[in-house]
Design a binder for this molecule. Structure first.
Ligand code: HEC
Length: 272
C-alpha cells in the first residue's frame, strides 16, 4: 500500500501544531515590541499626558469649526517626542562652543585613532584615498582657479568639524565615537593642516582658541537687506524715462541682420 495517506496526516498534524505555536507567539511578539520601545512608567505617563493634551487641542479645534488651509490644526498623527528622543537628535555643536561635551584628546592619540578608523578612506595624512575626500592641505588656494577646499583651508569654524565628525563619521558607523576620540582625531587633523603643534591637546576648554585659517573668508548673508528691496519693487511699466526714447544704434550696425541671403547663414542642406 502507498504511504501517501500517512504523509498527508503527518503534514496536517504538523500544520495544526505550527498554527498553535503561532497563536501563542502573538502575545510574546507584542510584549517584545513594548520592551523594544523601552517605555518606563514615567515615560508612559508623559506620553499619555501629551496625547490627552493633543486630544483637548483637537476638541477645541473642532469646536472652532476650523475649516480652511489646516494651518495650526491638530492632525492626530504620532505622539509627543520623549525627552530621550529629543536629546538623541539634539547633538549640534555651535561656533560659540555650545553643545561641546566635556573631554580632550591629543594629536599623538589622534594619529593612532585616525590611522585605525579614518585613514582607509581619508589617507594616513588626510590626502584622501582614490576619490574619498581630502582633509588636509590647500591652505592659501581658495582664490586659485582650482581651489583645494579642505577642513583646514576652507572651514571657518572648528565647531562644524566636531559636529560633522560626531554626526556622520566614520562613514557607515556614524555616532560610534566617544568625545575624547573625536577631540583627539580633530587635534590630529588640525596638526596635519599645520594649524596646531605636535604636542597640542584639544579640549572643550581650549576649543575656541584654535584659529581656523579661513575664519574671515565668509560674510553674513545680507541679501535680505541688499537684494530683496531691489527685486521686490513694483516694476515701472510706463513713462519710465524722463525724456523720449532715442535710437542710438540699428541692428544692421550691430551686424546682427544678414545683408545678403548668404551672409552669416549656413547654406540649407541640398534637396534630396
Ligand atoms: C568608508 C570611508 C570613510 C571613513 C572610514 C571615514 N570617512 Fe570621513 N568621509 C567619507 C565620505 C564619503 C565623506 C564625504 C561625505 C559627504 O560629502 O556627504 C567624508 C567626509 C568627511 C569629512 C568632511 C570633509 C569635507 O571637507 O567635506 C570629515 C571631516 C571626515 N570625513 C572625517 C572623518 C574622520 C575623522 C573619520 C574617522 C573617524 C572618517 N572621516 C572616516 C568617508 C569616510
Amino acid at each position: 500500500m502507498s504511504k501517501f495517506p500517512e504523509f498527508v496526516l503527518g503534514l496536517a498534524l504538523s500544520l495544526a501544531l505550527t498554527g498553535a505555536a503561532m497563536a501563542q507567539d502573538a502575545p510574546d511578539t507584542a510584549d517584545a515590541a513594548t520592551d523594544a520601545l523601552n517605555l518606563t512608567e514615567a515615560n508612559a505617563a508623559e506620553v499619555k499626558a501629551a496625547t490627552e493634551a493633543e486630544a483637548d487641542d483637537a476638541a477645541a479645534d473642532d469646536a472652532a469649526g476650523g475649516e480652511g488651509s489646516g494651518a495650526g490644526k491638530v492632525l492626530h498623527l504620532g505622539r509627543a517626542a520623549l525627552p530621550e528622543e529629543v536629546a538623541a537628535w539634539d547633538i549640534d555643536v555651535r561656533p560659540d562652543g555650545t553643545g561641546l561635551p566635556e573631554g580632550q584628546g591629543s594629536v599623538e592619540d589622534g594619529e593612532v585613532l585616525f590611522s585605525d578608523t579614518c585613514a582607509s578612506c581619508h589617507g594616513e595624512f588626510g590626502e584622501g584615498v582614490d576619490r574619498w575626500p581630502t582633509l588636509a592641505g590647500g591652505i592659501g588656494t581658495l582664490a586659485d582657479q582650482d581651489p583645494d577646499k579642505t577642513l583646514g583651508s576652507y572651514w571657518p569654524y572648528l565647531s562644524t568639524a566636531y559636529d560633522y565628525i560626531h554626526r556622520a563619521m566614520p562613514f557607515g558607523d556614524a555616532q560610534s565615537l566617544e568625545p575624547d576620540e573625536i577631540y583627539a582625531m580633530l587635534a590630529y587633523i588640525l596638526n596635519m593642516n599645520d594649524i596646531v603643534d605636535d604636542d597640542f591637546v584639544l579640549s572643550r576648554e581650549n576649543f575656541l582658541t584654535v584659529e581656523m585659517p579661513n575664519a574671515d573668508g565668509f560674510f553674513r548673508d545680507d541679501r535680505d537687506e541688499v537684494e530683496l528691496p531691489e527685486l521686490t519693487q513694483a516694476p515701472c511699466m510706463e513713462s519710465c524715462k524722463d525724456t523720449a526714447p532715442e535710437i542710438t544704434r540699428h541692428a544692421s550696425i550691430l551686424d546682427v541682420t544678414p545683408d545678403t541671403p548668404d551672409d552669416g547663414a549656413e547654406s540649407p542642406p541640398p534637396m534630396q
